[in-house]
Design a protein around this ligand. Structure first.
Ligand code: DX5
Ligand code: ZN
Length: 218
């Protein structure tokens, strides 16, 4: 089980030191929002480039933008280690090709209302399936348990075919929800507010991973 702290809930005036506070995590989850695909605006390429220069851990870039095709090359140049694109935008295969050509990890994400069937045709082609457990746009929202059925379906498909794709979940993950997410078959937990709003993000991350391990064992 891995953890990917979402820096959306970090102190944006001190991102380098915020990355140091989570330097034992597996990834740093970077939420890029364009004000169109989702109503919120967050950060873009210059910030990703600056983060990549100082980050002790790889950047897991979640692209909530209308037109990722025009940006992927630049994300690769900026130092993104993995880019996650939304299936709601249409056929993602040209985007996968572009990411593979640049040796950037390939992620596909679906929103809570989007049926799991939309991602099944691509599970053999990706490194990561990201299941949104809140409607994207903001940190600190409540976990939507209905999405766990999509995790179970994807888990069964991936395991049945022995595909390498991992499953990540994003939104409302904390000590109360990590267990059910792990039990449903998630490999990687994104957590924003539960980590960065805790006095000690390392301890908070450990507690979330312990809850996940308990949920998986139950
Ligand atoms: C929401 C983002 C999430 C968000 C999660 O649109 O994709 O990554 O930061 O925040 P929490 O963990 O607070 O729900
Ligand atoms: Zn995200």
């Amino acid at each position: 089980m891995q953890i990917s702290p979402s820096i959306l809930s970090a102190d944006f005036a001190n991102l380098e030191s915020e990355l140091q506070r989570i330097s034992n995590a597996d990834w740093a989850h970077v939420d890029v929002m364009d004000g169109h695909f989702v109503p919120n605006l967050t950060l873009g390429l210059p910030v990703v480039e600056a983060l990549a220069k100082v980050s002790p851990i790889p950047l897991d870039c979640h692209l909530m933008v209308d037109n990722p095709a025009v940006l992927l090359d630049e994300f690769a140049d900026a130092g993104a280690d993995r880019c996650i694109v939304h299936v709601e935008l249409g056929d993602p295969r040209p985007l996968f090709d572009e990411l593979r050509a640049r040796d950037v990890g390939v992620g596909l994400v679906l929103n809570p209302p989007t049926p799991v069937d939309t991602v099944l045709p691509y599970l053999d082609q990706i490194d990561l399936l990201l299941v949104m457990s809140v409607n994207p746009g903001w940190g600190g929202q409540a976990f939507i348990p209905d999405v766990l059925e999509k995790v179970r379906v994807a888990r069964r498909e991936i395991d049945a075919h022995r595909w390498p794709a991992e499953i990540e979940i994003d939104g409302g993950i904390n000590v109360d929800t990590a267990g059910v997410a792990a039990a449903a078959g998630c490999d990687i937990l994104v957590a924003g507010s539960a980590l960065f709003r805790a006095p000690d993000p390392v301890a908070a991350g450990r507690a979330i991973l312990a809850a996940a391990a308990q949920g998986r064992a139950a």
